[in-house]
Design a protein around this ligand. Structure first.
Ligand SMILES: *[C@@H]1O[C@H](CO)[C@@H](O)[C@H](O)[C@H]1NC(C)=O
Ligand SMILES: *[C@@H]1O[C@H](CO)[C@@H](O)[C@H](O)[C@H]1NC(C)=O
Ligand SMILES: *[C@@H]1O[C@H](CO)[C@@H](O)[C@H](O)[C@H]1NC(C)=O
Ligand SMILES: *[C@@H]1O[C@H](CO)[C@@H](O)[C@H](O)[C@H]1NC(C)=O
Ligand SMILES: *[C@@H]1O[C@H](CO)[C@@H](O)[C@H](O)[C@H]1NC(C)=O
Ligand SMILES: *[C@@H]1O[C@H](CO)[C@@H](O)[C@H](O)[C@H]1NC(C)=O
Ligand SMILES: *[C@@H]1O[C@H](CO)[C@@H](O)[C@H](O)[C@H]1NC(C)=O
Ligand SMILES: *[C@@H]1O[C@H](CO)[C@@H](O)[C@H](O)[C@H]1NC(C)=O
Ligand SMILES: *[C@@H]1O[C@H](CO)[C@@H](O)[C@H](O)[C@H]1NC(C)=O
Ligand SMILES: *[C@@H]1O[C@H](CO)[C@@H](O)[C@H](O)[C@H]1NC(C)=O
Ligand SMILES: *[C@@H]1O[C@H](CO)[C@@H](O)[C@H](O)[C@H]1NC(C)=O
Ligand SMILES: CC(=O)N[C@H]1CO[C@H](CO)[C@@H](O)[C@@H]1O
Length: 521
């Protein structure tokens, strides 16, 4: 997932923690592991450790609070971690985990949210719907040997239909652009509350795939109709312009107009652009407009000040943001998905320039990991470009001189985007540099965030031990972070992004759940 997420719980100081939390040991087998297959097994070990903690202390609630061995329900209380973990458990062929989750899913009552917070259409679609659809593709496909009976995938498909049927009321707006914040009990929402580009624009892959699976074209129609407003944007204030190729962010459900013109590849916008090319991967015949709009966004971003080079590190390229008037030199871990996404576009369009551009973005995001004390990159940073002139009297900040950027949010929320882009870069180039960078990053995450019964977000990637634990383990750690760390080392997995010149059989949703493309179904 991209976008926002809530970090729960008080910060828990590492120094007061009795957990066996230590810096990486000088030289052990893990540090020096060079065999990709063995690295993959070590990632699987970490996944199963975290699953075990969740299963012991939190299942079937949404998330484990790993420091206190407790749980939370921030995703409607349907067992978000279990549903999000399923496709990864399948790819890792972790049979017991697969069986537990496949047996559990049919027992969920999607009609009733167990959380007081509104149900997010976006989060529910990418995590729950995406997780179930992917499991059906995998268990009816190359991982059939992991199911007990053909009834398993029938039950998963039925639950996907139950969930989507319950969610359908979200689209009942004057424009058909869905509300994202749903009151499930009353099947209501606030029409005056605007929605965002990323949440409205990251539904079409899941709902189209469900529609193809069960032959109910209404599911595809709802999301494709809403997407038309995003493909052909109109603006509330016609005198102000978005950045060429990009869109604004907030959208009025009543008119379909964008309310602002600020845009970026980061949170709030990100997965709309991601899905433009992924719909083309899903079906190149039917989604050429999506591809054309994607190319325009990429070309404009690549050739403008949105692609920016820090003054002290001109070798790096970060994607900046447009605030409606100026390019602002800020970027984020979330925006680091773009490198992999541009590489995917390069692979399916046979365009080496796009792959090179995506590699540069990926390499630069990996450099944010290299810069810090823990070896994990920060949540957000800022920089100055070539137009920056250093004041002689100003004290030189050595971190910025060396690394090109200044950390503005030092937390790490177990995010996957850098590992994700490294995976695409490896698939496109076969350069073992990417496997090595991913392994190094994963070991750093394992050494810093592993605590108690699982993994926790940390407050400061540039402090010893990552600062403090927030005692929260997001479900996307299971869906994405573990998966991309595993797949880049697991050449013989049965599901991969195809290499240059090969046909794409699978497309990963924004939560890392692989779907079969349309003509493979
Ligand atoms: C959920 O609601 C639908 C529509 O009212 C109903 O058909 C279905 O049986 C309900 N599911 C459960 C588990 O109660
Ligand atoms: C699958 O479900 C059908 C209908 O409920 C049932 O008759 C059959 O025995 C089930 N098959 C297995 C292998 O469980
Ligand atoms: C879906 O959209 C197509 C094309 O706009 C239309 O022909 C069809 O009737 C729609 N189907 C449903 C079920 O709404
Ligand atoms: C539209 O934007 C222009 C330029 O920023 C501004 O001067 C004008 O007041 C805006 N109009 C409305 C109706 O908000
Ligand atoms: C490949 O992509 C680049 C960057 O977007 C673009 O400038 C170029 O025209 C594309 N090449 C082809 C052959 O489409
Ligand atoms: C890019 O930035 C430079 C320096 O700030 C500025 O002169 C130029 O107008 C900008 N170009 C665009 C297209 O924004
Ligand atoms: C990638 O970055 C390198 C080093 O800064 C640069 O020489 C190269 O032109 C960049 N490639 C593209 C396609 O922009
Ligand atoms: C960053 O890269 C340099 C050069 O490869 C290496 O010496 C250093 O240990 C790395 N730092 C971290 C924190 O990974
Ligand atoms: C770097 O960012 C921090 C946190 O936002 C800020 O306090 C500091 O002033 C910044 N340093 C520079 C040199 O801009
Ligand atoms: C990656 O690591 C392996 C194993 O240590 C090593 O053989 C290989 O040369 C490394 N690749 C690069 C590009 O440094
Ligand atoms: C992760 O940490 C555990 C516990 O410290 C250790 O046993 C394991 O080898 C580590 N795995 C990796 C991949 O670093
Ligand atoms: C589901 C769908 O819209 N499929 C269409 C995709 O494009 C082909 C060829 O243009 C059509 O034949 C399909 O009906």
């Amino acid at each position: 997932m991209r976008l926002h997420d809530i970090v729960i719980g008080a910060l828990i100081s590492c120094t007061s923690s009795a957990n066996s939390h230590s810096l990486p040991k000088a030289r052990n087998d893990i540090d020096t592991q060079t065999v990709p297959w063995k690295r993959a097994q070590a990632v699987k070990e970490a996944f199963e450790f975290a699953w075990h903690g969740y299963h012991t202390y939190a299942f079937p609630n949404d998330e484990l609070l790993p420091v206190t061995n407790s749980f939370s329900n921030t995703r409607n209380g349907w067992g978000a971690t279990a549903v999000d973990a399923l496709s990864t458990a399948i790819l890792m062929e972790s049979q017991d985990v697969v069986t537990t989750i496949v047996d559990y899913i049919p027992t969920i009552d999607f009609n009733v949210s167990k959380s007081n917070a509104p149900v997010s259409l976006f989060e529910t679609t990418i995590r729950y719907l995406g997780g179930m659809l992917s499991a059906v593709d995998l268990l009816d496909g190359p991982y059939q040997h992991l199911t007990q009976s053909p009834n398993d995938t029938i039950a998963l498909t039925q639950q996907a239909v139950n969930l989507a049927s319950k969610l359908e009321f979200a689209f009942d707006t004057p424009t058909g652009i869905p509300s994202n914040n749903l009151n499930f009990g009353e099947e209501s929402f606030d029409l005056s509350q605007s929605t965002e580009l990323a949440v409205a624009g990251s539904l079409v892959l899941e709902w189209t795939h469900l529609s193809d699976m069960v032959h109910r074209v209404a599911f595809a129609n709802l999301t494709q109709h809403a997407e038309e407003y995003l493909l052909h944007p109109t603006y509330q204030n016609a005198t102000i312009q978005p950045f060429p190729g990009l869109r604004g962010t907030n959208i009025d459900l009543r008119t379909g107009n964008f309310l602002d013109v600020s845009g970026s590849w980061g949170g709030g916008d990100d997965s709309f652009y991601e899905y433009l090319i992924k719909m083309f991967v899903y079906d190149p015949g039917n989604f050429t407009t999506y591809k054309d709009e994607w190319l325009e966004a990429v070309q404009s971003s690549a050739l403008s000040n949105i692609s920016s080079h820090p003054y002290s590190r001109p070798d790096l390229t970060f994607l900046a943001s447009w605030n409606g008037q100026d390019v602002t030199l800020v970027s984020s871990h979330l925006a680091c998905f773009a490198g992999g996404n541009w590489i995917l576009g390069g692979l399916v369009l046979g365009n080496q320039t796009l792959i090179d551009l995506g590699q540069n973005l990926t390499d630069s995001c990996a450099e944010t990991y290299n810069a810090t004390l823990t070896g994990i990159g920060p949540e957000a940073w800022e920089w100055e470009d070539k137009n920056f002139f250093e004041d002689d009297d100003e004290e030189v900040d050595m971190f910025i001189e060396d690394n090109g950027f200044n950390i503005t949010d030092a937390s790490y929320n177990l995010r996957p985007e850098v590992l994700e882009s490294l995976y695409y870069a490896y698939r496109a180039t076969g350069d073992t540099k990417y496997q090595n960078l991913s392994w190094k990053a994963f070991r750093a995450i394992n050494a810093t965030c592993r605590t108690g019964s699982g993994f926790s977000s940390v407050s400061n990637v540039n402090a010893p031990h990552g600062g403090s634990f927030s005692n929260f383990q997001e479900s996307y750690m299971f869906a994405e972070t573990f998966k991309y760390a595993y797949l880049i080392q697991a050449e013989d997995a049965k599901v991969h992004v195809a290499k240059m010149g090969e046909e794409q059989i699978w497309v990963f949703n924004t939560e890392g759940h692989p779907f079969k493309v349309r003509d493979q179904q």
